[in-house]
Design a protein around this ligand. Structure first.
Ligand code: ZN
Length: 195
């Protein structure tokens, strides 16, 4: 079946022009109807609307345009948030550093005296905590002491000492209640290579 396809320059829609295969009446269909079966309004002959090749091409082009628009949109989105990738990497690195510090704290040797293992001195580290619960105050002060030692990449803490004093609480919650203030300090050390 002979046919031709025209495009409306304003709407971009395409029309198939062809003739009825039996009576030759000039007919038109939208490109979207290509391949569908239809009936001639003059002689009632059944036929398939031509133009399937053009419809396939049109659909392929539309798909390509959609894909390009999506890629462009993703590029624009990344441009709008240039820090996203960097921030994600920074978060991952921070999480890894936290895990390393936790492991270091768990393995840290803590002593109120000296230590035999060959080591180098990093320096003094301190930890402070206050709580109405004296046990909690000591525990938290010790944790903070270990945290600050771990932050200096220490393997051990020697000559650790605690000092505590009772005090009136400050702030809205603890006002006028008795709290225990605990101050802890020690010397952070790192094992030397030839141990
Ligand atoms: Zn016809």
């Amino acid at each position: 079946m002979d046919y031709r396809v025209t495009r409306n320059v304003f709407t971009g829609s395409q029309t198939i022009h062809y003739a009825c295969p039996k009576c030759g009446t000039a007919l038109e269909s939208n490109l979207e109807d290509a391949g569908d079966d239809d009936t001639c309004p003059e002689c009632a002959t059944h036929f398939f609307v031509p133009g399937e090749r053009e419809l396939d091409e049109e659909l392929r082009q539309q798909e390509r345009k959609d894909r390009e628009a999506e890629q462009k949109r993703q590029v624009e989105q990344r441009k709008a948030q240039p820090g996203t990738e960097h921030a994600e990497r920074a978060t991952r690195e921070r999480q890894t550093a936290q895990q390393l510090r936790k492991r270091r704290i768990a393995q840290m040797i803590v002593s109120s005296g000296g230590i035999c293992q060959p080591h180098e001195t990093i320096g003094l580290v301190v930890g402070f905590a206050s709580s109405p619960n004296s046990e909690a105050a000591f525990k938290r002060a010790r944790e903070r002491l270990l945290e600050s030692a771990a932050a200096k990449q220490a393997d051990g803490l020697i000559h650790v000492q605690f000092q505590s004093q009772k005090s009136r609480g400050q702030g809205c919650v603890l006002r006028n209640s008795q709290v225990l203030e605990v101050f802890a300090w020690g010397t952070a050390v790192r094992w030397t290579q030839n141990d």
